[in-house]
Design a protein around this ligand. Structure first.
Ligand code: BGC
Length: 841
């Protein structure tokens, strides 16, 4: 296929001839280009003016590529929060913020957005995804990607495809029928190619069984080559997920273009060898090289080329913290507000009891590769105090974290030479020290350049100051010896392989812990030697999670203190939620309950103070058994670095919490249509078919705690009328007139759902599905019209026999309303029907 280079930037060096550039490369050079040069960079060929391109995570900010770990970034709210605004203009601003952050960090391609779907609420990376609905996901993602790329920064959409859970994540196979793939899981990717012209795409760790081909995602020629590249015309680069490439020829033929990271890995030496052996022909390599060069041209990595995109010079015209603060405040979803508790009157609130484990220690980012080291952090106590002009008293009130926290090297530890921190020595196989440093920070993993590192030894003295029971421990995998306080706690000669780095089910065992009773301040020696692991493509790693728990109050004691504080305060704000033990890449959740005794805390605080606002600080759904009992419940997401101030804005009435759920909130775990994500014999069967998310709830006739699309905002609305007009291309425009009947200027998200013709032979179509939406703003008493476009493609279905799209004839009902469960008007639209259009022509 030929690559369209029409987007070539013109700047200093017009019309770079990519084919001519490629012709200057030797075979060895071309092959090297298809393998990363390092963890986050591609290979440079200075001779042809090609510099290395830098790639960096991810969906909640741009982490940056520096080695020292001190680089900070603007921490964005978890992506579901953006989807909860249903606001494509805000998505444009987020795309611009990605571009701005990327440029600040010297990053050419951001490894985002993630457009996998929230098929099950237990999915570990749920918070990284936008929605359980393909249309909402696609709309938001198209705007984010377009806005970033218009500023000359590439986005790498991930993870292609049907990679919707984490258990056994490097090996499972998603079994998805062709129609479900087309209508649901491929749909956002297809739009990103067609409407945003995404410059790159990441192939998943997992595999796909379409019924005709079962293969790892990176080897899936039917999907990568036939559908993505040939049918849709994707002209970007297919990047492997990190260390996901398992084969040389199969992946090369499958459609993978760039193995990341490098320079090792199976393509490291293997790809050249495969070409020389005739297993992969040079034309296949050339086609991939052309894609790489086009990407380089687009991001400005070729000498003489400026980054491509109409707005490339406007990349810094973004006040990123301001965008993030508005975004996360607006994204908050009012689940319930009996009697208009929100906003809190600034004049009548002098004292606040801020209660809850997440009130004391907010959880603003999910775990895993999405994590960035934030530019700034603030406390809820300060932010809410400032917003309300009130005294804020903080009480954890409950225990919700169960693993001992990380040992603080900077405040508790002394290295053998007397300096603050821990001595970290890297040893070779003979036990000779080849590197040594005193560290005051330790993230649990050590990344060392030394290729011949065999083990890492950590020594420090830990100060135990508080009376009571301390716990000091180390978690690790593989060969190790752990001695604390002179006692050998654990030893193993078992050697582990590189795969442990990606598989949390094996790389995060509970730490071995020594409990120490302390009367007077004392110290304890910690001495741990752990195996260095050498993942192909990464530098060596050693995992040694150093933990320390100070004596803590019991959950009951905490509860009593919090309730007493709530009784005394003008208002109680209870912040409950999940934490890094629950929501992360690398594992799925095992329960939808709030961890610990948080449910009990909510009920007790509400009994003590009827003026209680509950704030849920979580990304993915949790069951809220008290939802109908407390007056006011706000879903506030994992809000990133601006979260405390944004919550202050909402509570004080500066910004409307205008969010609408981008997923379904279950009332009980037993109701959830897809309750787990555990492969059976390595396979996850997508038996729910096209009935993803709310569609299954509707089909099964189950009532959730809050339906997809629900959110009350801070006003009330009447939906006066809906009229529809059909456009020439079969799209329908629905004009919905709404009136703000409340007392505050507010935003309304008008949603239009499509229902299939009654009795039509259209097969197993959902009860209803989202067809379009629009956000409007109105002053109190004002009426306005929301124009919702339902694209012609909303009516079509995939015909498996003809392998093409078809629109069954009949009268479709377009149902307009406030959520999938609150529909106010219906308009009928008759469609003459269309025969299958085979994408192959
Ligand atoms: C994740 C990707 C991420 C990559 C690089 C992988 O483990 O699945 O989403 O972009 O690491 O950090």
């Amino acid at each position: 296929m030929s690559l369209d280079t029409a987007l070539q930037p013109t700047a200093d060096r017009p019309a770079t001839d990519l084919a001519q550039l490629r012709s200057q490369l030797t075979l060895e050079e071309k092959v090297r280009l298809l393998v990363g040069a390092g963890l986050w960079s591609t290979t440079a060929v200075e001779r042809i003016g090609l510099r290395a391109m830098h790639l960096s995570d991810g969906p909640a900010g741009v982490r940056g590529v520096s080695e020292d770990g001190a680089e900070t970034s603007a921490s964005f709210p978890a992506p579901s929060a953006l989807a909860a605004t249903w606001d494509v203009d805000l998505a444009d601003e987020v795309g611009a913020a990605f571009a701005s952050e990327a440029r600040r960090h010297g990053v050419d391609v951001v490894l985002a957005p993630q457009v996998n779907l929230q098929r099950t609420p237990v999915g570990g990376r749920h918070f990284e995804c936008y929605s359980e609905d393909p249309l909402l996901t696609g709309d938001i993602a198209v705007h984010v990607v377009r806005a970033a790329q218009e500023r000359g920064v590439g986005m790498c959409v991930k993870h292609f495809v049907a990679n919707d859970s984490e258990t056994q994540r490097t090996s499972y196979l998603s079994r998805v029928d062709e129609r479900t793939l087309r209508e649901v899981y491929l749909a956002p990717f297809e739009r990103l190619v067609a409407e945003a012209r995404a410059w790159s795409l990441m192939g998943a760790y997992s595999g796909i069984d379409t019924g005709t081909t079962a293969a790892p995602a990176l080897e899936h020629r039917e999907l990568l080559h036939d559908v993505l590249k040939a049918e849709w015309g994707f002209d970007g680069v297919v990047v492997s997920d990190w260390v996901a490439t398992k084969s040389v020829a199969a992946a090369a033929h499958g459609g993978l273009d760039l193995q990341m990271p490098g320079p090792d890995g199976v393509w490291g030496d293997g790809l050249l060898a495969a070409v020389l052996a005739g297993e992969v022909d040079e034309a296949t390599i050339d086609e991939k090289v052309d894609r790489l060069l086009l990407l380089a041209q687009r991001v400005g990595a070729l000498e003489g080329c400026e980054p491509s995109g109409a707005l490339r010079d406007h990349v810094h015209d973004v006040d990123v913290p301001d965008v993030l603060r508005t975004l996360v405040a607006r994204s908050m979803v009012v689940l319930r507000d009996e009697g208009g508790v929100l906003p809190l009157g600034v004049d009548d609130v002098a004292t606040v009891a801020l209660v809850g484990p997440n009130g004391a220690a907010p959880f603003v980012q999910g775990g895993g590769s999405a994590y960035v080291r934030p530019d700034r952090s603030s406390t809820l106590q300060d932010a809410i105090g400032a917003a309300l002009g009130a005294d804020v008293d903080v009480h954890a009130g409950a225990v919700s974290r169960f693993l001992p926290p990380t040992l603080d090297l900077a405040t508790r530890c002394t290295a053998p030479d007397g300096s603050v921190g821990a001595l970290v020595e890297v040893l070779d196989a003979d036990g000779t020290v080849i590197d040594s440093a005193v560290r005051t920070e330790w993230g649990g993993w050590l990344r060392e350049p030394a290729e011949h590192a065999a083990s890492v030894r950590i020594r420090t003295t830990v100060a135990l100051r508080e009376p009571g029971t301390h716990e000091v421990g180390v978690g690790t995998v593989g060969r190790h010896r752990i001695v604390i306080g002179g006692r050998e706690l654990s030893t193993s000669e078992q050697v582990v392989g590189a795969e442990v780095i990606l598989d949390s089910s094996v790389n995060a065992p509970a730490p071995v812990v020594l409990r120490i009773e302390v009367d007077e301040p004392t110290t304890v020696e910690l001495d741990a030697t752990v195996q260095a692991v050498h993942p192909v493509g990464y530098a060596s790693f050693a995992r040694a999670e150093l933990v320390h728990r100070v004596p803590v109050k019991s959950a009951d004691e905490l509860l009593v203190e919090a309730v007493a504080a709530a009784e005394q305060a003008d208002v109680a704000i209870v912040v409950v939620g999940t934490n890094e033990e629950i929501e992360s890449e690398g594992y799925d959740r095992t329960s939808l309950a709030l961890p610990g005794n948080q449910d009990q805390l909510v009920k007790a605080v509400h009994a003590a103070n009827p003026r209680t606002v509950v704030v849920v600080n979580a990304g993915a759904p949790v069951v809220l058994p008290w939802l109908d009992e407390v007056p006011c419940v706000l879903w506030a997401w994992l809000g990133g670095q601006e979260w405390p101030e944004a919550l202050g804005d909402v509570l004080a009435g500066r910004t409307e919490p205008a969010g609408r759920l981008p997923w379904t909130l279950p009332a009980s775990e037993a109701d959830v249509p897809v309750p787990d994500a555990v492969p059976v014999d390595g396979v996850i069967d997508y038996t729910d078919g096209v009935h993803v998310g709310y569609r299954s709830w509707l089909r099964l006739g189950r009532t959730p705690a809050a339906p997809f699309g629900h959110g009350l905002g801070w006003s009330t609305w009447e939906h006066d009328a809906a009229v529809a007009g059909v456009l020439e291309d079969g799209s329908v425009v629905v004009d919905v007139t709404v009136t703000n009947t409340g007392r505050r200027a507010a935003r309304e998200v008008v949603q239009v759902y499509v229902e299939p013709p009654v009795g039509s032979p259209s097969g197993d179509r959902p009860v209803r599905w989202l067809g379009g939406f629009a956000v409007v703003h109105a002053e109190p008493g004002e009426s306005t019209t929301a124009r919702v476009r339902v694209d012609a493609s909303a009516f079509r279905t995939w015909d498996e026999e003809r392998h093409g799209w078809v629109t069954p004839a009949g009268t479709y009902q377009l149902r307009a309303g406030r959520s999938s469960g609150d529909l106010r008007h219906t308009v009928d639209v008759s469609h003459p029907g269309s025969r299958a259009t085979n994408p192959d022509g």
